[in-house]
Design a protein around this ligand. Structure first.
Ligand code: ADP
Ligand code: MG
Length: 347
């Protein structure tokens, strides 16, 4: 499926979506109705969101965009670790103390996150968050933190110690000092939920793009596929190539925005929960699959697993493809993506 449609060039990392001028579409009754693409860009969940919908007019589009924004804001309130009033913060505050009753939505999100942890043998782990106290990607970490501190913080990590009680709908972090965080799946989840809601309200086509983690549906008013741009990580104003997306999520994890350089090595903001050290060796991982939450979790997992294990892992999953850029800027793709074909097409 991806094989014949992917077009990309040599180096890429993040993704931006293509705006498109509106055009007139004839309706069945023979009258002319204007169907246009409407967009709004704003900061949500601490990140840039570009929301795109196809609608008959500005008023309708504004209504849809407001719905999407409300939905993303609602999710942010539920999963934010910064907001002391979020259910997630209450779970964290009560680590080692007692189970916390949460909304079914949060319960199920955690349940799915634990499934990915099992699938990735702990490479993906929402309880990585206790290590936030050591690894800060705001420029304040200038030397390797002491081994003892890393050891101590990694001892608080372990998805096996997140205890879910289905009957009671409670979440309990067994050990004091444990912490969960949705940095690796929150944006993907929000993109999925906003898309679902808009489809429910009759929106035929759109793209929810959370800083390069996107989910698209339908097509442009001219019947053509949405296109996403593949840009050069070293100069994001340069588009290498465009690729079509149809009812699909495309999510990229990259180490170009949040990273630290220690002893001339570039460390990503993705931590290996098994060692307590930030992952290295990959510049970006892009995952293509139906849902952005899973794509987001898998893109993060690839970073921790490394190129070989990551690729091997993705190749075993049905309906999931990936493209990895390693630290030497080399592009490596999962088995159903033909890089030779892509390179020929992009010339
Ligand atoms: P981006 O913000 O580039 O989309 P990701 O989706 O890959 O990045 O998520 C990275 C974030 O995930 C980190 O900033 C951190 O909050 C969280 N995280 C780091 N390591 C892990 C891990 N091993 N498992 C789960 N979440 C992680
Ligand atoms: Mg992710």
């Amino acid at each position: 499926m991806l094989r014949s449609r992917l077009i990309l060039s040599v180096v890429f990392l993040s993704i931006s979506t293509l705006g498109h001028p509106g055009r007139l579409e004839p309706t069945l009754g023979g009258t002319i109705q204007e169907v246009k693409i409407y967009q709004r860009t704003l900061k949500l969940m601490g990140s840039r969101f570009d929301l795109t919908v196809v609608a008959d007019d500005r008023e309708k589009a504004d209504g849809y965009l407001d719905l999407a924004i409300d939905e993303i804001t609602r999710i942010e309130r539920l999963i934010s670790s910064w907001d002391p009033n979020s259910q997630t913060s209450v779970i964290n505050e009560n680590a080692g103390v007692h189970p916390v009753k949460v909304d079914p939505e949060l319960f199920q999100l955690i349940e799915r996150a634990l499934k990915v942890s099992k699938l990735t043998q702990g490479a993906f782990d929402i309880s990585y968050a206790s290590m936030d106290r050591i690894w800060k990607f705001d420029g304040s970490v200038t030397e390797m933190p002491p081994k003892a501190k890393i050891k101590e913080s990694v001892s608080k990590v372990g998805y096996q110690n997140i205890v879910l009680d289905r009957d009671e709908q409670t979440v309990f972090l067994k050990n004091e000092g444990m912490k969960i965080g949705f940095g690796a799946i929150g944006k993907g989840y929000a993109a999925d939920k906003a898309k679902q809601l808009l489809i429910k309200h009759g929106v035929k086509a759109g793209i929810i793009n959370a800083s390069g983690d996107l989910n698209a549906w339908g097509c442009r008013p001219n019947g053509k596929d949405w296109m996403v741009a593949i840009v050069n990580p070293l100069d994001k104003t340069k588009v290498f190539s465009w690729l079509p997306v149809k009812d699909q999520a495309v999510v990229t994890s990259g180490n170009y925005e949040k990273y630290i350089i220690l002893d001339s090595q570039r460390y990503a903001h993705i931590i290996d929960p098994r060692t307590g050290y930030p992952s290295k060796g990959i510049l970006s991982a892009t995952v293509f699959t139906r849902n952005a939450e899973l794509a987001d979790a898998l893109a993060t997992s690839i970073f921790v697993m490394g190129v070989d294990a990551g690729l091997d892992f993705i190749d075993q999953l049905k309906g999931v493809e990936c493209i990895i850029v390693d630290e030497d800027n080399k592009i490596i793709a999962s088995k159903n993506i033909d890089l030779k074909e892509i390179k020929t097409q992009s010339r």
